[in-house]
Design a protein around this ligand. Sequence first.
Ligand code: AMP
Length: 181
Amino acid sequence: MNTTLIEELEAAIRAIPDYPKPGIVFRDITTLLQHPRAFRRAVDALVHPYIGIGLASVAGIEARGFILGGAIAHQLTAGFVPVRKKGKLPGETVQIAYSLEYGVDEMEMHRDSIEPGQKVLLVDDLIATGGTAEAAVKLLKELGADVVAACFVIDLPDLGGRKKIEALGVPVRTLIEFEGD
Ligand code: AMP
């Protein structure tokens, strides 16, 4: 039987209630990553619209965005640039503070990781409130990037993240939606 991508993702993504705090349903993609076919299909689906558009780099958000972003960059023959939590990058950085679904944090990128005008695709595993991706888009724009899109495996549409990113003029692409938070 042929399973659709959505069916395969639904089966491969694990839901962990009350993690990291009561009321949050954590959508765990480690079970997707350990499933060869589901991982391959998710990456292929994310890559597809961006083949041949001259992407210079894929920017991945720490930490699960590194795994997906690395695979996507490889397949697109693009570079990979990390968007990291504060204090992890050794070179000169640009920084921004942002709020999470469950907390507040600061992220940074190397100042020389993007050249002005370069086409960049932003990648993470999941968009919830959009606060993390919004901060990453702002950092990328500060570096002069042309952010062609932001893509995620999972959207939690009830939390409104997609609209926040689209309001910055960046198209959003996701593979599967889950209700609630
Ligand atoms: P947000 O900034 O609210 O869009 O949150 C997105 C970031 O937090 C991503 O890096 C996700 O990996 C993580 N995240 C937020 N909510 C969840 C959730 N319910 N399950 C798994 N990861 C989450």
